[in-house]
Design a protein around this ligand. Structure first.
Ligand SMILES: *Cc1c(COP(=O)(O)O)cnc(C)c1O
Length: 386
């Protein structure tokens, strides 16, 4: 059997064994519903509250409220829809200021609000996909309901100046949300400086389980619930808690914080080898995203005269799992909105490749990838020319 090499850690990560061990009792003997009065319920409730404390302590977010959700997507929905509805109700604000490099969980939620009478204004970004805080400042209006800017971009790896953007918003009393789903795995969070209104993350991007996420909010009055039902999560997120998932999320985040510096060092060395190897051995290629202000594990490119999906299939056939970076799979290939936003033309944007590394990635795997890629690109270009 051919060995397969996983280089798609921005899509998802494997569950850490220690996380799995922490979760297991909550599938079996500690199966209670946290909302129940009896001892089973109390046991489950204790686990949920302890997980909440762990997150708030590690993110230095004691003044925040943490909600457990079903993942990054739900957290982004709750942030954008929930804060937009609250701003409309509280002060008739309907202007949404959104970066053009958001994950669809934010972008499509914002667009869906247009039908409800909201107006979406897209912020400018530079060629690296970075938002300038002064551009945010210039565009904030008295009727701005919220600003949303992604922390670390999933497609191009760029890290935005979130603290500066957040300060601008907070000074103007505007709710500031950041999608931290990628950033949470690589950057220390410290929300004690009060620059953030809302923060989203999901466990499966940092070696936790799929289907569980967090949303932190600094001021609950700036948020309306989105899901209706029971009174769980301070009435903000109805539905019985995913107790094993929540326990796993907290444990995974603990381990992430503990090993963060070491992992960042490990992956950034390997990432830079990929950048160098690719630039040296392949003509007509361009790095996408910021050269230095980027996620430590993230390398992304566009190749001229390549169909990205063809390249991905050739890599897969060679045993390498990578991504084009955008949510779009096969079928009718549409260029990624993020790559268009950073100024690529449609043809070039279709030749994208994202290589994302993890704790388990080895030097040998990276070297084998660098050795394999040039021929795969050559063959993809041949197909493109036909
Ligand atoms: C993966 C991802 C999401 C979606 O999170 P899920 O937990 O998979 O729903 C949102 N935003 C970013 C930046 C992501 O990378």
């Amino acid at each position: 059997m051919k060995e397969r090499i996983y280089l798609d850690y921005a899509a998802t990560t494997p569950l850490d064994e220690r996380v799995f061990a922490a979760m297991q009792p909550y599938f079996s003997e500690k199966f209670g519903n946290p909302s129940s009065i009896h001892t089973w319920g109390q046991e489950a409730d204790d686990a949920v509250e302890s997980a909440r404390e762990t997150i708030e302590k590690l993110m230095i977010a004691e003044k925040f409220t943490t909600f457990f959700t079903s993942g990054g997507t739900e957290s982004d929905n709750l942030a954008v829809r929930g804060a937009a509805h609250a701003a409309m109700k509280n002060r008739n604000a309907r202007h949404l200021l959104i970066s053009p490099i958001e994950h669809p969980a934010v972008a499509k939620t914002a667009i869906s609000l247009i039908d409800e009478g909201f107006q979406v204004e897209w912020l400018p970004v530079d060629d690296f996909g970075m938002v300038d805080p002064t551009d945010v400042e210039k565009r904030i209006r008295t009727d701005t309901a919220l600003v949303s800017v992604i922390y670390g971009n999933n497609e191009i790896g760029t890290i935005n100046p979130i603290e500066e953007i957040g300060k601008v918003c907070t000074e103007r009393g505007v709710f500031f949300h950041t999608d931290g789903v990628q950033a949470a795995a690589h950057l220390n969070m410290d929300f004690s400086k009060n620059f953030i209104g809302g923060f989203s993350a999901g466990a499966h991007k940092f070696y936790g389980p799929k289907g569980v996420g967090i949303f932190l909010v600094s001021d609950r009055s700036m948020l309306e619930h989105v899901q209706t039902g029971g009174g769980q999560e301070f009435g903000m997120r109805a539905g019985t808690h995913n107790v094993p998932g929540i326990v796993g999320l907290a444990r995974a985040y603990e381990i992430t914080c503990m090993d963060m510096d070491q992992n960042n060092k490990h992956t950034s060395i390997l990432r830079d080898e990929i950048f160098e190897g690719v630039i040296q051995s392949i003509p007509d290629v361009q790095i996408t995203g910021h050269p230095t202000q980027r996620l430590s594990n993230h390398a992304s490119f566009v190749f001229g005269k390549v169909n990205g999906n063809v390249l991905l299939m050739m890599l897969d056939a060679g045993g390498f799992a990578c991504s084009s970076g955008s949510a779009c799979k096969s079928g009718n290939p549409k260029p990624s909105d993020v790559l268009i936003a950073i100024g690529l033309d449609e043809r070039n944007a279709l030749g994208s490749l994202r290589v994302t590394l993890g704790r388990n990635t080895t030097e040998d795997e990276v070297q084998r990838f660098i050795a394999f890629l040039p021929d795969a690109v050559k063959r993809a270009r041949k197909v493109y020319a036909e």
